[in-house]
Design a protein around this ligand. Structure first.
Ligand code: NAD
Length: 459
């Protein structure tokens, strides 16, 4: 199967290129039609997508609707409401010396885009960039994650049928198929996943000078101080952390706080976990599972890096790991070096705010940072002195739902951003178009040779 798929890839991509070059994807009506059909698919077959997500990650139907299916539907609605405006050329000014002339920026599609998706939100992260690519008038190949096989297969079986096959293809597979895809020239590559594979993608893209967006991960810190209600903070941190069993790129990775704050926060986190998932999270349908055995092994290995003060139970057969809180972790231990990407939350003691800021700024720039503080001066210091893809005050994760906020990383957490209009611009070229009437001829007198002292400094 995979050998035939890898050999078919160049043909699939050249078919899409042909569709693009014939202008199939350009009309606004075509773009709207694709988005409407995708919306219908997501709504009409929502329960099938819910089942696939449950199979892959034990996700509850409600969580799948909130974070994947419904999220995509809202995104489509947002695009449909704004697409005409985004597609419109934008008039811009011309310097006085060049007048009379007019100038505008015309957004044009790039061509054929490749989207490579990870397994943790396997539907949303495959189709959300695709919405942008189609809205901007591109043909697109989507490569879902092989580690979420039920969702990958459902996407492959339904999306090309629902959309225009002349411009949309789904290629299933893992390393071998992705490697084959990366050998083919694309006009944009949009990759979501780990930094390790992000480097593989960047190297392959360089061969063809293909522009890339890298949506990567990293350790997103939380800082909590004594000026907030710790019970409220604990509930929100637990919600952001244990959603999808911690397998969220912007999940709080660890909590920094002074000793007294952490001492008080500990039982409050236990209460919050109990409030969200009850005393038997292994039997609670709202709580997810770890995606595969390798991730389960990696995660349970971290339990030895500190003292388990909440949770810690786990079961290899069902790949269940209880919502867990660790204390007493060494700052250099594996759990504090790797992105955790699972339901284990270390609490790390800091001396003061400076220590917390130094801790974060001396490491890779995170995808998100979360600060729980009612002190304006503390908030300002985080805003000014740290760099991260996003910075949220008093709530994790929520920046994702604001389509006008760019979603993306900085430094090791990625390059480029999307959501809302940015999903359109990521997959567009902003073409500069300038027009100057031949008469009156002002250039001869100003910027053309022969140069005379009077013309100096005009250009
Ligand atoms: P991954 O990098 O292992 O896999 C992602 C994709 O790359 C998959 O489609 C996979 O088939 C492909 N791939 C894997 N190995 C490859 C190789 N050697 N050559 C070519 N392609 C290859 O990532 P993952 O484990 O699926 O995802 C976890 C990471 O993704 C975490 O770091 C997480 O934070 C990050 N993430 C980021 C975002 C975001 O929006 N920024 C969202 C979700 C996940």
């Amino acid at each position: 199967m995979s050998a035939t798929m890898t050999t078919r890839i160049p043909g699939i991509v050249s078919g899409l290129r042909q569709g693009f070059q014939q202008g199939v994807t350009r009309p606004e009506t075509w773009r709207r039609e694709q988005l409407r059909r995708l919306r219908t698919l997501l709504v009409d077959r929502g329960s099938e997508f819910e089942r696939a997500l449950f199979e892959d990650l034990g996700k509850s139907g409600t969580e799948s609707q909130l974070t994947e299916i419904g999220f995509l539907v809202s995104e489509i609605d947002h695009v449909l409401a704004h697409l005409s405006k985004w597609m419109r050329p934008r008039r811009v000014g011309v310097p006085l010396a060049a007048l009379p002339a007019s100038a505008k920026i015309v957004p044009e599609p790039l061509g054929v885009a490749l989207i490579i998706a990870p397994w943790n939100y396997p539907l949303m992260l495959a189709l959300s960039p695709m919405i942008g690519a189609l809205a901007a008038g591109n043909a697109v190949v989507v490569k879902p994650s092989e580690l979420a096989p039920a969702t990958s297969s459902l996407i492959a079986r339904t999306v090309p049928d629902a959309l225009d096959r002349r411009a949309v293809a789904v290629v299933e597979g893992g390393v071998e198929e992705t490697t084959a895809l990366l050998e083919v020239p694309f006009d944009h590559i949009f990759y979501t996943g780990s930094g390790r594979v992000g480097r593989v993608v960047a190297r392959a893209a360089a061969e063809h000078l293909t522009p890339i967006t890298l949506e990567l991960g990293g350790k997103s810190p939380v800082y909590v101080d004594e000026t907030v209600s710790l019970a409220d903070a604990a509930r929100r941190i637990a919600w952001g952390k244990y959603m999808n069993a911690g397998q969220t790129c912007v999940a709080p990775d660890y909590v920094l706080g002074k000793a007294e704050v952490l001492r008080q926060l500990r039982p409050l986190l236990a209460d919050a976990i109990h409030e969200l998932y009850g005393s038997a999270s292994d039997r609670n349908p709202d709580y997810g599972r770890i995606v595969n055995d390798a991730q389960f092994e990696r995660l349970t290995g971290y339990l030895a890096d500190g003292e388990v003060v909440v949770g810690g139970r786990h079961d290899a057969a069902t790949r269940f790991i209880e919502p867990t809180v660790l204390t007493g972790v060494d700052r250099e231990s594996a759990v504090m070096r790797d992105e955790i990407f699972g339901p284990i939350l270390p609490l790390v003691e800091v001396r003061d705010l400076d220590d917390a800021l130094n801790f974060v700024t001396s490491r890779d720039k995170p995808l998100a940072a979360y600060v729980f503080s009612g002190d304006g001066a503390v908030r300002r210091r985080w805003e000014r002195e740290t760099s991260s893809g996003a910075l949220n005050f008093d709530v994790p994760v929520l920046h994702l739902v604001a389509p006008e906020l760019p979603f993306g990383g900085v430094g090791a957490s990625g390059m480029g951003a999307y959501h809302g209009e940015r999903s359109f611009t990521v997959f567009s070229h902003e073409k500069a178009v300038l027009s100057k009437p031949l008469m009156p001829e002002t250039l001869a007198a100003s910027i053309m040779p022969p140069y005379t002292p009077a013309k100096d400094g005009l250009v």
